[in-house]
Write a protein that binds this ligand. Sequence first.
Ligand SMILES: Nc1ncnc2c1ncn2[C@@H]1O[C@H](COP(=O)(O)OP(=O)(O)OP(=O)(O)O)[C@@H](O)[C@H]1O
Ligand SMILES: [Mg+2]
Length: 243
Amino acid sequence: MIDATRLLDPRLGVVRQEAITLGMSGAQVFRMLTADGEPVAIVKLVHSRPEELAGEIERLIWLSNLGIRVPEVLGVGEFWFAMRVLPGRPASDPWPAQQRSAVIDQLADAARKLHSTPVENAPFDSSISMVMKDVRGRVAAEALTELEVAFASLGNGQLRLSHGDLSLPNVLLTPSDSAGFVDVGRAGLADPHSDVADLLRSLRSDLNPQFGPADAERFLDAYGRSEIDPERLRLHDLLNSFF
Ligand SMILES: Nc1ncnc2c1ncn2[C@@H]1O[C@H](COP(=O)(O)OP(=O)(O)OP(=O)(O)O)[C@@H](O)[C@H]1O
Ligand SMILES: [Mg+2]
């Protein structure tokens, strides 16, 4: 295993690392701890596609400038970057049953606030058109008929500041502060239904058995059903099936 402690500024006082196994990608993520066991930094490493790391770092800086709670970047190398630990627990952590509704409401609040953040001249276009370019580049046209028909009828929709990978492990909750976001490599201006569809899938998934369909419905109520077009959610579920 790589020794990530030597990548960090010694003033952080990091003496050991712990692998985090929550993520589902090819990235290796380490929690970096002081001698007292206090987590102070996170190091994320990739073995391929360093351009994805660069994209995540640029978005961390962009989002932070927009006032979104994301980790501060502490250091950057060719195949890694370090960030400060964001306080809070991932929404995917086990919660006592009586706290789960509050967790759903916090998630909905966080998503709604993110999607209503004003943005000018966004450098990152994550609209459906952009995502479709990628899909058309690697999937045979015949397999895309249903998606193309749905996209032709619904279009890009309104573009809002969006996370791009809004699953439960990527949202950090505290009792007092607003929610924090990690794993922002796909953040950009997008149809916010994409984030909503991702989070609903995460809530209904077998990977998160403490939550289920009733929580997904509660999320929609708390987010505001007047903002949601069920057809657009279906479009994003279909699009997601190609990833
Ligand atoms: N700065 C941070 N502070 C606290 N926790 C973090 C931080 N960064 C990551 N984590 C925790 O580590 C988990 C894994 O990190 P991350 O989501 O960035 O990686 P991943 O899902 O494996 O990667 P990716 O999808 O970018 O390939 C997160 O779900 C989160 O719970
Ligand atoms: Mg993640």
